[in-house]
Design a protein around this ligand. Sequence first.
Ligand code: SME
Length: 165
Amino acid sequence: MSEDLNIPAKALAKREKYEMLLPQISALIEGESDALANIGNIMAALKYGMDWLWVGIYFVKQHINNDELVLGPFQGPVACTRIQTGKGVCGYAWQNHCVVIVDDVDKFPGHIACSSLSKSEIVLPGYKNNTIAFVLDVDSEQLFSFDETDKEYLLKIVGWIEKLI
Ligand code: SME
């Protein structure tokens, strides 16, 4: 298969971009069983396909006596490595078992600013054995970037990652 992505045009509506990109992501990971390789490619495809600032995954990992979110494959500026439960948008989504859409990160109490360029954010938890195993985090340089359409399509991606890990 070709590893080149057909990147959706910037002018396309969000839903059209996802409709164009998701089959390509599916094809990209089809036939490869290595989870890390596939997750890395999914992050790159989302970052460049959707033209976001940052796309990445934090895995729940044990640290001394507590679990923490630890940075996994991502695309974009360097990011904070560890996030404790309840901290930031990622820790909130993890603690409260919910998808979090933040229209303006400056208005989210405790938001962790890995990049000052980030203006809005969506975080979606992913599960293994009925427990949160990771969160998918996406940052945008624009305010109000994320809505129910992003939630719908990104939950499909989360479902694919759940099957990989
Ligand atoms: N903003 C996140 C931290 C991770 S970075 O955006 C990559 C948060 O508040 O949890």
